[in-house]
Design a protein around this ligand. Structure first.
Ligand code: C5P
Ligand code: MG
Length: 161
């Protein structure tokens, strides 16, 4: 049993008109949202994969296949909550989580605290343990051209036993 384990997660979703923009469980006012089988919460997906990575328990698509109608439109915080349960069952608690959302627009900084609180509440940890950062892609590539949004996350777990 390792005292500490680190994991990383990354995700990308296509931008789509007529869909909500949900990041870390927070609906951000926007002319467009993200396409996906679930609610397309790219930030929650990256955090979920970071935790699964730290546990070496596969990835989000393995646990919640996007071919399964059961997960259509799912609140992605439910995925995250489930994986936090897996971590607890495996004898690990979350030390901290650090994330970056890469999206050209809209500006997200006014929603940072709401996203931190939403993710922290879902994981059952203090807000101080959750960092949410934002970057544009400087108008370059699919993110910069407004065609997609990406998120990255790292998570550190600590053994409870
Ligand atoms: O990508 P760039 O370095 O230009 O971002 C500058 C600042 O704008 C960052 O500190 C970030 O917090 C904020 N930002 C934002 N919403 C975005 C992208 C960046 O609030 N979609
Ligand atoms: Mg995803």
């Amino acid at each position: 049993m390792n005292a500490f384990r680190i994991g990383q997660g990354w995700d990308v979703h296509r931008i789509a008109v007529g869909r909500p923009l949900i990041l870390g469980g927070v609906t951000v006012p926007s002319e467009f949202g993200l396409d996906g089988h679930s609610d397309a919460d790219v930030l929650a997906h990256a955090v979920t994969d970071a935790l699964l990575g730290a546990l070496a328990m596969g990835d989000i698509g393995m646990h919640f296949p996007d071919t399964d109608p059961k997960w259509k439109g799912t609140n992605s915080l439910d995925f995250l909550r489930h994986v936090v349960g897996l971590a607890q069952a495996a004898g690990y608690r979350i030390v901290n989580v650090d994330t970056t959302v890469i999206l050209e627009r809209p500006k997200l900084k006014d929603y940072r605290e709401a996203m931190r609180e939403s993710l922290a509440n879902t994981m059952g940890i203090a807000v101080a343990k959750v960092s949410v950062k934002f970057k544009t892609a400087e108008k370059m590539g699919p993110v910069g051209e407004g065609r997609s949004a990406e998120a990255q996350a790292v998570a550190l777990l600590e053994s409870t036993i």
